[in-house]
Design a binder for this molecule. Structure first.
Ligand SMILES: [Zn+2]
Length: 626
């Protein structure tokens, strides 16, 4: 059903390019959606919808399952003041007894449409939306109700948007016209609309990222809480342009009309990225572009989200390809959707020069180390289960509530990446260097650019395509890795690439991997904030055995008031020392002392070369487009 919409878009483009009459979506039957965002600084969006309807029962849906977040967390609790009317007559509505995202009403005889109005009250978070005094991140799923009965690809929506005076905007959604008062967007199918977020703000800049010779337009649109935060260095702009150039080589094709990196820079939003077919909605701290680590931070995030246009958007697991936003998503294949994207994104970040080879090695080391041994969740919960359970477990965030190493989080990202690296080394070895995983990417992600098209796949089809590159027991390989309850992370790919994981006292360099993993998780087994708050403890680790738990707060280390540095000093001094590390902690208002039996000093994960094996990572990270 979704392919139908893609076909319409394809027809439009073919017709337009041949100079014939284009096939336009029928705007007379389209839902008219007006969003007034002039109150965005007060975190209120005013929504008005005109929905074509026939007399009789009508069911309206608020989008529930969010594709990029893989969970039923449409922000329904932010909808307030819902009023539905027809021909000036107020229509009573009733929420469904079993599903809070469903509204029932009766359309009176003679009516041809209903009018719906409500306020959307911004609440932050990945699904809730963000507005600050200076900017707005708008996801259309926040501000729409749609009628039951048709796939989202067959529901046309004509949208208009009012912004605070002087604000500018960026989006992949094609604009029909715009004035100071209002932006009018081209009519779009509901699924395309909801896949096309918009960022707007008082401080806005756009940079072209189209590499020389590239026919498809790429740009980055940036909104920020200050003018100075928009100052992207020529180095970062060049790096992102390289990412785009490298993607042409890596995938061999594109599947979008144009591509917009939508970047929000604010200390008042969550910091994450969400993928879309023709854009990504990525959010970092206000000064992210001004920091010395800008290339590595921005490159790592944006390359990942960009790779999703192929992995997850163009090629999507069949079980994640649903006709609308109410049908449940089955997430078992997220080790491809997210794991393969992690592999691709990190490769693009390194090939573009936004990451150094060291950044890449450090990221791999951090991933392997954080997966085990010593992280016991994998002994009861196989990788495939971390993917399958995500609709119920992701909303609170990996490890929310603590003991994340025992629960396991969304390991299909990191472990998926290690497994795809292992697949790359298998192809390299089996073909004696004649083939590479990139040959698979060209088969899987290649083909003509028909605009934002979706080609679903199953596990069996994936295996069959890998076999087209190199004959191997791919089903056996994936099944054994996906169902393993070994205490060890799968490091086969790292080792076959000529590297091994090693812990040394050498500190990790500043960057993505080092910030994700606190030093003390690899030593005493605690994740500690700067104020001493214990956000997590490794189940079974030294601090766990001493009686410590998430939620406690460290007050003193060996008799001295806590600072992270003093804790580090105590860990350093523990090497070869038989005295335990003594922590005084606040536990539900009581002060308690804990003795941690730990004597290994500082430990940080690093990749170290295996001298007798060739360095396959060096080959993988070589730029192809320059
Ligand atoms: Zn992702």
């Amino acid at each position: 059903m979704r392919k139908f919409a893609s076909l319409l878009l394809l027809l439009f483009f073919v017709a337009a390019s041949l100079g014939r009459t284009p096939v336009f979506a029928d705007s007379s039957t389209a839902i008219r959606l007006s969003v007034d965002a002039t109150l965005a600084p007060q975190k209120i969006l005013r929504v008005h919808l005109v929905i074509p309807a026939a007399p009789g029962p009508l069911t309206l849906f608020y989008p529930k399952w969010l594709q990029g977040l893989h969970a039923p967390i449409g922000p329904i609790s932010n909808l307030a003041g819902l009023k539905i009317s027809s021909n000036g007559q107020v229509l009573p509505w009733k929420r469904d007894s079993f599903d809070a995202y469903t509204f029932h009403l009766t359309v009176p005889s003679g009516a041809k449409q209903v009018e719906v109005s409500f306020d959307y009250l911004e609440s932050g978070g990945p699904a809730g939306g963000t507005a600050t005094d200076k900017l707005l991140d708008l996801n259309w799923y926040q501000v729409v109700l749609y009628p039951a009965g048709k796939p989202a690809a067959q529901i046309d929506v004509k949208s208009t948007l009012k912004l605070p005076s002087g604000w500018k905007f960026g989006t992949a959604l094609p604009v029909e016209s715009q004035s100071d008062a209002e932006i009018v967007f081209q009519t779009a199918a509901l699924d395309r609309l909801l896949d096309s977020p918009l960022i707007a703000g008082e401080y806005y800049r756009v940079f072209d990222l189209t590499p020389p010779g590239e026919t498809v337009h790429h740009e980055i649109d940036i909104v920020a809480d200050s003018e100075v935060a928009l100052s992207m260095s020529p180095e970062v702009q060049k790096g992102l342009t390289n990412v785009v150039a490298e993607s042409r080589k890596l995938f061999g094709a594109r599947h979008y009309r144009s591509y917009h990196f939508l970047l929000t820079l604010s200390d008042h939003t969550g910091h994450f990225g969400v993928e879309h077919h023709e854009s990504n909605d990525s959010r970092l701290g206000e000064r992210a572009l001004l920091s010395s680590g800008a290339s590595s931070d921005v490159g790592g995030l944006l390359a990942h989200e960009f790779a999703h246009s192929w992995s997850g958007k163009f090629r999507r697991p069949k079980d994640l390809t649903t006709p609308d936003f109410q049908a449940p998503l089955q997430t078992e294949l997220l080790w491809v959707y997210e794991g393969n994207t992690s592999y691709l994104g990190d490769l693009l970040a390194a090939r573009s020069g936004m990451w150094t080879a060291d950044d890449y090695h450090r990221s791999l080391a951090g991933m392997a180390a954080s997966l085990g041994p010593g992280r016991p969740g994998r002994t009861w919960r196989p990788l495939v289960d971390t993917a399958a359970a995500v609709p119920a477990t992701f909303a609170g965030g990996p490890g929310a509530g603590g003991w994340g190493s025992w629960r396991r989080g969304s390991d299909y990202y990191e472990e998926g990446e290690l497994l795809w690296l292992e697949a790359a080394t298998i192809i390299h070895e089996q073909s004696h260097g004649q083939k590479s995983l990139e040959d698979f990417f060209h088969i899987f992600y290649g083909g003509a650019n028909n605009g934002p098209e979706i080609k679903p796949y199953t596990f069996d089809e994936l295996v069959q395509m890998l076999n087209q590159v190199v004959k191997y027991d791919w089903a056996g390989f994936w099944n054994s890795r996906l169902t393993s309850t070994s205490p060890d992370a799968p490091k086969g790919g790292i080792e076959a690439s000529g590297w091994t994981l090693s812990f040394t006292s050498e500190p990790p360099l500043p960057g993505r991997a080092s910030r994700r993993i606190s030093d003390t998780t690899f030593t005493i087994g605690l994740e500690v904030g700067r104020d001493g708050h214990i956000s997590d403890a490794i189940y079974g680790g030294p601090a766990f055995r001493a009686g410590l738990a998430p939620g406690m707060k460290i007050a003193a280390v060996n008799g001295r008031a806590f600072t992270p540095e003093i804790l580090n000093d105590a860990i350093n001094a523990s090497k070869g020392n038989s005295r335990p590390i003594e922590l005084l902690a606040i536990v539900d208002d009581y002060y308690k002392t804990f003795s941690i039996d730990y004597h290994d000093g500082e430990r940080n994960p690093h990749l170290v070369r295996i001298a007798e094996k060739p360095d396959y990572l060096e080959e993988l990270l070589k730029p192809e487009a320059r």
